[in-house]
Design a protein around this ligand. Structure first.
Ligand code: SAM
Ligand code: GLN
Length: 284
C-alpha cells in the first residue's frame, strides 16, 4: 500500500530522470482522480486505491517514453471544453486559445451588426478552433476542413461530445469552400507552419502527425496557398485570422504586402510577448 504522495513523488522522480520535467505526473493524477488541486493536496497522505495506482503507473511508464499526457488520457482541454485527441490530430495548444479569444473580439467589433456571420476553419484537426468558437458564439455559421479523413472523424466526434452542429469536410485547403461557392466573413487557419528541417521536441515529432506540423521548406507553404486563392471565398468586407510561428513575422509581412497591398493587417502577441497571430482585414 502507498499514499498518493508516495506514488506521485516516485512518478516525478522517474520523469525527471528522463529529463521530462515533473509537471505532467501531477496533472495526470488530477485528471484520473477528477479532483481539483486543493482537494488532491488534502488527500496526499491517504492511501491510493490499487486499481487507480495501477492505471497511473502504466500511464507514467508511457509518459517516460515521451508519449504526451493527452494521448494517454485520450483528451485535452481547450477553451474550457474537452476534446478527444489521438495520433491523427494535433493536440490543441494553449496559444491557439488566444487566437480564439481574439477572433471572438473581432467578431464583436466588426460583424456584430450582421444577421449571420459565416466562417471557416481551414486545417481544423480535432475541430478545437471551430467548436470552441461555436460554443462561445452560437450565431456563427462555422465549418471546418482538413485534408485528413482521420482528423475529420475526430472533429465530428468532438462536435457531438460538445453538443454543437459544426459541419466538417475532408478536402485540400480552400478547395471544399470553392467547390461549394461559399462566401465567408471570416477565414481562420492554424496551418502547419514548422519549416521542414526544423529540430523539434521528441514528444512532438514522434507522437504528433507530421501532416499537422510541417509547412514546406520555410514553413510558409500553406499561407501562400491560402493568400493565392482566398479572395475567391471571401466577401468584399471580411477578415482572415492565422496562427504563426514566433519568428515568422518578417517573411509573412512581406507576403501580406505583396498579395494584399491595400489591406489593413496586424500581428498580435501572445501572453509571452511573442508575435503568434496575424489578422488581415479587407474593407473593415
Ligand atoms: N486547427 C487545429 C488546431 O489548431 O489545433 C489543428 C492545426 S494543425 C497545426 C494543422 C492541420 O492542417 C492538421 O490537422 C492537418 O491535417 C491539416 N492540413 C495539412 N495539410 C492540409 C491541406 N493541404 N488541406 C487541409 N488541411 C491540411
Ligand atoms: N505549435 C505547434 C508546435 O510547436 C505547431 C503548430 C503548427 O504548425 N501550426 O508544435
Amino acid at each position: 500500500m502507498a499514499t498518493y504522495k508516495e506514488v506521485l513523488k516516485q512518478a516525478q522522480k522517474q520523469m525527471l530522470e528522463k529529463d521530462l520535467g515533473d509537471q505532467a505526473p501531477f496533472l495526470y493524477l488530477l485528471e484520473l482522480t477528477n479532483m481539483e488541486a486543493h482537494n488532491l493536496y488534502m488527500e496526499m497522505d491517504q492511501e491510493i486505491e490499487e486499481p487507480l495506482r495501477h492505471t497511473y503507473e502504466e500511464g507514467i511508464k508511457r509518459m517516460c517514453k515521451g508519449e504526451p499526457l493527452s494521448h494517454i488520457l485520450g483528451y485535452e482541454w481547450f477553451y474550457g471544453y474537452r476534446f478527444n485527441v489521438n495520433p491523427h490530430v494535433l493536440i490543441p495548444r494553449p496559444e491557439t486559445e488566444e487566437l480564439v479569444a481574439y477572433i471572438l473580439a473581432a467578431c464583436d467589433e466588426l460583424f456584430s451588426k450582421q444577421e449571420t456571420i459565416t466562417a471557416a476553419d481551414i486545417g481544423t484537426g480535432s475541430g478545437a478552433i471551430a467548436i470552441a468558437l461555436k460554443k462561445e458564439a452560437s450565431y456563427l455559421q462555422i465549418l471546418g476542413t482538413d485534408i485528413s479523413a482521420d482528423a475529420i472523424q475526430v472533429a465530428n466526434q468532438n462536435a457531438v461530445n460538445n453538443e454543437v452542429m459544426v459541419p466538417f469536410i475532408v478536402g485540400d485547403m480552400l478547395e471544399p469552400i470553392i467547390d461549394r461557392n461559399l462566401q465567408l466573413d471570416i477565414l481562420i487557419s492554424n496551418p502547419p507552419y514548422i519549416p521542414q528541417e526544423e529540430k523539434m521536441e521528441k514528444s512532438v515529432v514522434d507522437f504528433e502527425p507530421h501532416v499537422a506540423l510541417f509547412g514546406g521548406e520555410d514553413g510558409l507553404k500553406f499561407y501562400r496557398i491560402i493568400f493565392e486563392k482566398c479572395r475567391q471565398v471571401l466577401k468584399d468586407r471580411s477578415m482572415m485570422a492565422f496562427e504563426m510561428g514566433w519568428n515568422q513575422r518578417k517573411p509573412l509581412e512581406a507576403l501580406v504586402q505583396s498579395y494584399f497591398p491595400d489591406a489593413r493587417y496586424e500581428f498580435i502577441k501572445d501572453m509571452s510577448g511573442k508575435e503568434r497571430m496575424l489578422f488581415i482585414y479587407f474593407h473593415c
